[in-house]
Design a protein around this ligand. Sequence first.
Ligand SMILES: *Cc1c(COP(=O)(O)O)cnc(C)c1O
Length: 453
Amino acid sequence: MTDPRRALPSVNALLELPELRQLLGSHPRDLVVNAVRSVLDDVRAGASAPASGDAAEWARRIAAAVALAERPSLRPVLNATGVVLHTNLGRAPLPEAALAAMRRAAEGYSNLEYDLGAGARGSRYMHCVGLLRELTGAEDAIVVNNGAAAVTLALNTLADGREAVLSRGELVEIGGSFRVPEIMAKSGARLVEVGTTNRTHPADYAGAITPRTGAIVKVHRSNFSIDGFVADVDVAELVKLAAPHGVPVLHDLGSGLMIPLDRIGLTGEPTVRDAVRAGATLVAMSGDKLLGGPQAGLLVGSAEAIAAVRQNPLTRAFRVDKLTLAALEATLAIYREPDRAFAEIPALRMLGASVESIAGRAEAIRAALPAHADARVVRTDATVGGGAFPLAKIPSAAVSLGGDVRAIDARLRAGDLPVVARIRDDRLLLDLRAVPERDDRALTDAITRALTA
Ligand SMILES: *Cc1c(COP(=O)(O)O)cnc(C)c1O
């Protein structure tokens, strides 16, 4: 038997093909050479070899290898999972105003750390402070890189080398790499556990306060809920307990809800203003969860505690960048008018869309798919994600596909505009709640390609 791989053309022979002239004219030579090598490697590794005279097929494969090499690693995807704040998919899409602000900050210089009034060096930590005070009622605020950094910094500032008292019901893991006991250990605070998994009482905290106590810590149950024979102590009560001992209270709130969402049917989570009003010394939250802005960590609270955080050398290690500050400031400004927030902040707009409008879009997409497609529209439950309203089921609608759903799913993820969906009961569900309406056409095209490939 003859082995077709023995007759493989050389790299140089392929580069000489007239079919490659255009590719070589429009791309760096090294990129094309590497693509030729990778196509030959694939064939040596077992991929079928084009017939020896099939120059067009060699050129097609080499062009595909060039395209693959040029494809950015970080690419837009369509989120058809029904999870609006999906950490793996980048959490909150930004409002237009934030995009514009980032662009302005990025394309030139800014007063990032320059005091224009004084004509002297200023501080990046002054940006967003006024808005955060106005919107949350807190005395002062600081913005750092992300929520985990905010919590670490707060713990380190309040309780380095001292004890941090926490209920056993709040020793939680949030996402793969944020585990409260581990963050505490890294922050230098010694964890003192009180209460039990299901019940913790004021006396448990009171009994744990000693001269070594650095802080009492409350961690919001962002991604789970416990039910049944349960009891816990709210922040206002913790503050009452702690104040006579001069012990600060840190509240890790998680999601940064700026306004109540009752009007879109989401109730029961405290807003940042509620959390501040309860009296915690510091409240920590993320910028890219329900707040709907860029990745950032926000601390709001007493002037004294925030001043101490600003002095903490760790703050430099967690510092926020100018693009984030620009996007966050623009996002926060929208909250001055709650109606605008519901209309302009994509996370809130998507959470607030009516199920009828979503089902109507799903039906239009289904109707535009090839006639052979096994597609129907089904009602689903979308979720908020991003550490808030963990139990909320938001009525939604999806295009449900049958057939070889694993293969279709893989082709959707492999496309130029990848689509991330979920498989449920041997159907592939493409939930439209977290797909912006402007992408319906692109989604239809992507599904059509995945079905016909
Ligand atoms: C999400 C979350 C964090 C971590 O915030 P990141 O922005 O992901 O770093 C910390 N604590 C709570 C309660 C959270 O929900």
